[in-house]
Design a protein around this ligand. Structure first.
Ligand code: FES
Ligand code: FES
Length: 207
């Protein structure tokens, strides 16, 4: 028979639920029975492989920030709305507040702080030069979404850029400078012929 202390009171004894609340015994669950499962995982973040132990419920964004000290992904909403936590997971953009750390076990993750990626550097510089940030809280997510856009889009105009950024919320700048920063970066990249596959390529130095 299952241990009644591991079950809610109404499952431990269904007849109890039929009694008036005042007559139900109050059961407490011993603390040692409430321990979450722990998992040993490994993540390769911005080229560095790290091993860590996380609870099954730990979100990827918390594993990165709290366990590994990688604070580029920000926690804005934790409900998949703001995009501040955006990272690349095995080449796909994800909101890291919607991924469990254990789901990313063995995966390669890229954040906006990756210093070995020429395109990310160009995007960061572009936002800086065009004043495309104010407090900077949304910026890591904007950087990741912009880099993805610049790699994937066949054509770029304001509508395409705004559509690509609709999962990233900025509370400060009103997007005008962000959009023009991306347009300017795209033009600069076109000039240096670096738009197609930026990883591992020379960034051109055409500033
Ligand atoms: S913190 Fe992940 S989308 Fe807002
Ligand atoms: S610059 Fe402050 S939220 Fe975007």
């Amino acid at each position: 028979m299952s241990d009644p202390y591991c079950l809610p009171w109404y499952l431990a004894d269904p007849l109890e639920s039929a009694k008036p609340a005042a007559t139900r015994p109050f059961k407490t669950i011993p603390h040692e029975r409430c321990v979450m499962s722990e998992h040993h995982i490994s993540l390769t973040v911005d080229g560095e492989t790290e091993s860590l132990t996380v609870a099954g419920r730990t979100l990827l964004v918390h594993a990165l920030r709290d366990h590994l000290g990688i604070t580029a992904p920000k926690v804005g909403c934790e409900t998949s709305k703001c995009g501040a936590c955006t990272v690349s997971l095995e080449g796909d953009l994800v909101k890291s507040c919607t991924v469990l750390a254990v789901q990313a076990d063995g995966c390669s993750i890229q954040t906006a702080a990756d210093t070995d990626h020429p395109l990310l550097e160009r995007v960061r510089d572009g936002l800086h030069d065009a004043h495309g940030l104010q407090c900077g809280y949304c910026t890591p997510g904007m950087v990741m979404s912009t880099a993805d856009l610049l790699q994937e889009a066949d054509t770029l105009d304001e509508d395409v850029i705004r559509d690509a950024l609709k999962g990233n919320i900025c509370r400060c700048t009103g997007y005008t400078n962000i959009v023009s920063a991306i347009e300017q970066t795209a033009v600069a990249l076109e000039g240096s012929e670096s738009t197609a596959t930026p990883t591992g390529q020379d960034d051109g130095g055409d500033d």
